[in-house]
Design a protein. Structure first.
Length: 110
């Protein structure tokens, strides 16, 4: 059953409000000169690394279903991402190199 235009707009509006609210709450809670709690600062240091680890496991964890030939470009992209990050310490550059490198590998090499 397809959604009506009204239902679609309501869903988009609710998603937009929820997304905006989750981005706004930290600024409201920690605005001004108040220092964030130690736990929040701790999460800010460990979560990025944990999330990257989960993404790596998710991205290359399907070896049994896909086979080794599809794993090789993924491993090359992960290695390129890690090397660029160690070299430049720039997260956006590292992600861009890994993503673009993987896309080039799967489209033109493998």
């Amino acid at each position: 059953m397809p959604l009506s235009v009204k239902d679609t707009l309501i869903i988009v509006a609710v998603a937009a409000v929820c997304t905006f609210a989750t981005r706004l709450v930290p600024f409201v809670l920690f605005s001004g000169k108040k220092e964030p709690p130690k736990f929040v600062r701790y999460l800010g240091t460990v979560l990025p690394v944990a999330i990257i680890g989960v993404l790596i496991v998710y991205g290359i964890g399907d070896v049994r279903e896909t086979g080794i030939n599809e794993l090789i470009p993924k491993l090359i992209a992960v290695a390129a991402t890690a090397l660029v990050h160690i070299w430049k310490r720039n997260t956006l550059l590292s992600i861009a190199v890994g993503t673009i490198g993987y896309m080039l590998l799967i489209n033109f090499v493998f």
